[in-house]
Design a protein around this ligand. Sequence first.
Ligand code: GLU
Length: 506
Amino acid sequence: MSDKKVRVRFAPSPTGGLHLGGVRTVLFNYLFAKKNGGDFVLRIEDTDQSRYVEGAEEYILDCLKWCGITPDESPVVGGPYAPYRQSERKALYREYAERLVREGHAYYAFDTPEELDQNRKEIPNFQYGQVYRDGLRNSLSLSEHEVEKLLDAHTPHVIRIKMPADERVSFDDLIRGHVSFETNLVDDKVLLKADGMPTYHLAVVVDDYLMKITHAFRGEEWLPSAPVHLLLWDYLGWKAEMPKWAHLPLILKPDGHGKLSKRDGARLGFPVYAMNWFDAKTGELTPGFRELGFLPEAFLNLLATLGWNDGTDQEIFSLDELIEKFSLDRVSKAGAKFDFEKAKWFNAEWIKKSEVGSLKSEVKRVLEDKGIVIADDAYLLQVIDKVKDRCVLLPDFYQQSSYFFEQPKEYDVNSVKPKWTDAKTDFFNAFINLVNTTATFEPAELETAFKSLAEEKGIKAGELMLPFRIMLVGGKFGPHVFDIAVLLGKAETIARIEKALEVFNS
Ligand code: GLU
């Protein structure tokens, strides 16, 4: 690698919610930058005003924040190459487009949208390019004088690249190796639009150059644009400065057939976006991983493994570990199948692995949203510690822990009643006395006392454990029952036994 400081960019267009593939692009850019002591730039590519969606930029910023990825330069924090929003850089692109026209690599095209539509209707597979450009209204087909007249009259026009005939352009992709394209197959893409805005093709090249980007990671779907970009780098005289490109493999549908789309998520019942995205125009809400209850650490971890591994069996990586271990030669060329069950496994592992303190605010929100009042944070932390190994998604904390905060609303009586006897009622009444009189209240001791009392009463302890659990929890789940009792406290344990005895005996 050269001694130039590594600079990468994530360059989203604010056109809607962020697909998980977009976040993986963020992640790989970020990992590469941080691994190499470089800068991570966020640039908003909002030159297509017709596709601009209100709120999409804030959404992208929120996603990065949620993931804990902080850009070194962005429209929010600024930086030495500001502005970082392409619409605010509008004035600077024309100069480059005009230079390309002057030097014979681009031309003015005056065709109206209606004329172009007509051509598309009449000519199958019409492309504005080598085959048809001479018959259309542009500065290659019209006389110099006519062109001048049209320009003087401010006739709306675009600037198009003049794709050369019969050439092959190629580059070495950091993931895919040598890639080459035939120029004959590519149309004369618009570089500058009639409203003076650049298109993506011109803006991405000019900005990657001006912002001194050294490496550009983007999704494989951008590969077909590469020949246009390569030629622009060349024509503008910047080829030596061209970033190294890495086109990331697609994230595929679970069956491996084609790219995972927003619609697949809806069809198969899992999120495809990072966070909930509400489209104000259509009123449609697209669900996100965050709101479903994924931890950002788990989300990043699962994205990292879609197309990358460290060469060992390790699957759980923190962001710091990813920075340390990430290497491009372990990114695969082949698309990576998305598996939602595996995604949930990552989340469960991360919940298990997380410190209780770091889960506190999220769990508190989950419980409070369900109307549970949390008066004692220290108690909440103990509860989280007891149940976190049983939760896959954050909302599971409600089902797994609500009984620590309120008495069960219902009891799984069917699991108790058929085998319920007066002797068992008698046992639990005696157990209440025992709890009342015991000086200490501690799980192992309580268990021993419970078992000796069972023996004394001639009932198998095993037959009493389940009823005891259902008395405290309402159902057949939860951590060790004596841990639950101790955490609930003496008074509450007694109150629950008494209440449940009434239910079981009614
Ligand atoms: N603006 C493009 C996008 O929306 C950026 C592609 C690139 O990184 O070159 O993804």
